[in-house]
Design a protein around this ligand. Structure first.
Ligand SMILES: C[S@@+](CC[C@H](N)C(=O)[O-])C[C@H]1O[C@@H](n2cnc3c(N)ncnc32)[C@H](O)[C@@H]1O
Length: 577
């Protein structure tokens, strides 16, 4: 940040003061807020307004947070006629946190960091620059230690993974029969639910992820049983127990102990359950990117911002009422998130529905799918935790399937087959069958949308999907006049799947890549929408960095990516001929 930005602040302040009818804090604080936030962003921090301080009713004007939602400092805005010293005394009286506290009234600013206090005249550019820089540079010792533990874990992780891989290989060499049996059983589940071509090496990787993360989950949601109850977690635990317990486990994971301890310590500070969930997401993203950056890329690991999720749920509720005279809380309105990730849409939905309808909806009419083991675990934890928090009772969420949605074609309109793609053994299989038997009215979510990978040399290509790709050929591509007729992006596949899944009536609400709006290859896709749907609402966030000369970098996009993002709501009433 530079003095030029401070000059901009003075100009903003002057303009607001000259135009506002009142000079109170509400009218003028936006200038300082914008200045402060610009400073925050240089350190990947964000200034969030009006957040309650946990465990109290106090609401500072702004709190500085990082991606883990850790709080770095508080900001208070006062108006020019307020006496700052008196305000500070009052704040001290009510035990306002002062470890890093900035208060200003557009004339003066005071920075308090524990015992130290510094007062400046706001018109002194250099002093203002220094005070703000000091404010955003402040890091509590616990946060510093946490970050160090994370960095160290990322350094140690490859070594730990290598040791685990060797151990697993030894079980094969030594003909550990218990291990072989548990692994074969799990292998069968995976072939059915995830991918018929899945390999034993893939199973071993899942096992490693399971081993490395179970302590993270325990640390964040201490003493909760959710994870242990889950059918997939149980199956992996069964394999784990055949070779990895007691001293062997303790010694192998010794290097990661400080990391788990740090997570536990930070999670214990969070009494607010939504904060815990957000924290877990941050940890998960961090872990997964370190563990397997390629998979993070293929599966589209980024989770959906709460504001978008909330907007999509409310809009879907509105459209349901408008077109069908129903709402999300009504019976017989089955809702599915087919790429649930960490479960944000479902947890938000659980908070959105009226309490009296929740138990029935949760047990019967809310469904979610996820293909990757870690987000699946996290979704399971988040969903069950949210339900327990609201209803004060733990109920297993039986409608979460560990499955490749695009392979799960038994419930699609054209298929005519009654779920025969899946066998009958495991609980997960039963869950998939159950989902496929339901008439789904609402499909909502944020499916992955990495077309063919940014780097063509990358052999991390997405796999093909015989049935869905054929449907795309018979519809989107058939209707297309474009030369290049390959529309096999993951998100196009998810749209195809969803369009076939809602069958005669329903709503699809997705946030995806925006390329379907104007790209030539999507002309057939657009024609099908016009032909099959009664209403289509698109919100283009204009965030395609390559196409929009006014923006650059990754800061203009809610997902921190360069690809443009759009929301689309599709309504099918069944009235079209
Ligand atoms: C963009 S993320 C969804 C984020 C989610 N809304 C959240 O807030 O956490 C897409 C998710 O879809 C999952 N996914 C990708 N392909 C899938 C498939 N074929 N079937 C089911 N899930 C899939 C990925 O593993 C990833 O978790």
């Amino acid at each position: 940040m530079s003095i030029a930005r401070i000059n901009q602040y003075y100009k903003d302040l002057e303009r607001i003061k000259s135009r506002a009818t009142t000079q109170n804090e509400l009218a003028i604080k936006s200038a300082f807020k914008n200045l402060l936030n610009d400073y925050c962003r240089t350190k990947d921090l964000e200034l969030i307004e009006e957040q309650t301080i946990i465990g109290s009713a106090k609401r500072p004007d702004g709190v500085v947070v990082d991606a883990f939602k850790f709080r770095y400092g508080y900001w208070e805005a006062k108006d020019a006629s307020d006496d700052i010293e008196k305000e500070i005394i009052e704040k001290q009286r009510i035990n306002y946190p002062m470890f890093n506290f900035l208060i200003e009234n557009s004339l003066q600013a005071v920075l308090i960091q524990g015992e130290s206090k510094e007062k400046i005249d706001i018109t002194d550019k250099q002093a203002l620059h220094q005070v703000i820089s000091k404010f955003i540079a402040y890091e509590r010792i616990e946060i510093k230690e946490f970050k160090q533990a994370i960095t160290q874990f990322q350094i140690d992780l490859p070594q730990i993974i290598e040791v685990l891989r060797e151990m697993i290989a030894k079980q094969n060499e030594n003909k550990n029969t218990e291990f072989a049996k548990a692994r074969t059983d799990f292998f069968a589940i995976c072939q059915e639910a995830i991918n018929p071509n899945i390999s034993l090496a893939d199973i071993d990787e899942m096992l490693i992820q399971h081993i490395l993360t179970e302590d993270i989950f325990k640390a964040v949601f201490d003493d909760e049983v959710f994870h242990e109850e889950n059918n997939i977690a149980k199956a992996l635990k069964k394999i784990e127990k055949t070779f990895f317990s007691g001293d062997v486990k303790r010694q192998t994971l010794a290097a990661s102990r400080p990391y788990y301890a740090q997570i536990k310590a930070r999670a214990t500070e969070m009494q607010d359950y939504t904060q815990k969930q957000e924290f877990l997401k941050g940890i998960y993203e961090n872990f997964y990117k370190a563990y397997n950056p390629k998979a993070a890329d293929t599966l589209g690991i980024i989770y959906t911002p709460k504001e978008i999720v909330n907007f999509m749920l409310e809009s879907t509720d509105y459209l349901l009422e408008k077109h069908f005279g129903k709402t999300l809380s009504d019976k017989n309105v089955h809702i599915l998130d087919p790429a649930t990730g960490t479960g944000t849409f479902i947890t938000d939905l659980l908070n959105f529905l009226p309490k009296q309808d929740l138990e029935y909806k949760y047990k019967n009419e809310i469904h979610a799918n996820e293909v990757a083991i870690l987000p699946y675990y996290i979704a399971n934890l988040n969903i069950e935790y949210t339900y327990k928090n609201r209803m004060k009772e733990y109920v297993e969420f039986k409608n979460l399937c560990w499955v490749d949605t695009l392979d799960s074609t038994g419930g699609l309109a054209y298929s005519g087959k009654q779920n025969d793609a899946f066998g009958v053994t495991a609980e997960n299989t039963q869950r998939i069958k159950n989902q496929n038997e339901q008439k789904i009215s609402v499909i909502i979510g944020n499916p992955p949308y990495n077309a063919n990978q940014q780097n063509e040399n990358d052999n991390n290509k997405n796999r093909t999907y015989r049935e869905i790709d054929q449907r795309i050929k018979d519809t989107y591509i058939k209707e297309s006049t474009a030369q290049k007729t390959k529309v096999y992006d993951m998100y196009a596949r998810f749209y195809r799947w969803a369009m076939d899944r809602v069958a005669e009536k329903g709503i699809i609400a997705f946030v995806t890549n925006r390329s379907f709006i104007d790209s030539k290859t999507f002309d057939g896709f657009r024609k099908i929408i016009e032909r099959d749907f009664d209403e289509c609402i698109i919100i283009d966030t204009k965030s395609d960095v390559r196409a929009n000369p006014k923006i650059s970098g990754t800061k203009n996009n809610v997902f921190g990516i360069q690809t443009g993002v759009a929301l689309m709501f599709l309504v099918k009433t069944g009235k079209k001929p």
